[in-house]
Design a protein around this ligand. Sequence first.
Ligand code: 5GP
Length: 201
Amino acid sequence: MVLLILAAVSGTGKGTVGRALLARNPDLKLSVSHTTRAPRRGEQGGVHYHFTDHDDFRARIAEGGYVEWAEYVGNLYGTARQTIEDARAAGHGLLFDIEVKGAAQIVEAYPDDAVSVFLLPPSWTELADRLRKRGTNDEADIARRLARGREELAEARWFDHLVVNDTVERAVDELESIYRSAKTRTAGRLELLEALRAESA
Ligand code: 5GP
């Protein structure tokens, strides 16, 4: 099973790139996270996020319900263990739209399955412009996201791949080629190999 992690500084366009990748690859599904953040206009519970409150989120942490979780600009975000178990049972891959600390935790927990990609903006100026044009964040939130983004950029060097989102089409092509090659990794195909070896014995 491929666990494709897509991290980026907020505003880079990872939502757009991720959605385009999912549209092209029906065997890859979005890992829908839990968050304490309020829904933005147009966001639906169960589709974009499972929206929840602090008490519920903390209770799930206490019972070990998250594979990873992190605080981001005042809110909590996490990946339910069940999401990964369900994907394994259903036999499809998962795309994670998560920040860098959560990304590191998924890589640590699933080293054979995880492939990490950090999506870079073409420039910092363009990133700040995109955040402002998005219009869903106020100036204080934008400033906090940019500050957090500077910290996240320092972690980007530990990712398996760096992809620049200069045009969505090109970025999605690169991401898709990463996903395709991840599907053939030996660690994920050992059952095939074992079956063939058993047959050949
Ligand atoms: P936003 O509020 O813009 O939807 O998300 C803020 C940040 O939280 C983004 O970098 C997003 O990728 C990240 N994020 C979303 N879901 C999760 C999650 O389940 N775990 C972690 N660690 N980060 C997440």
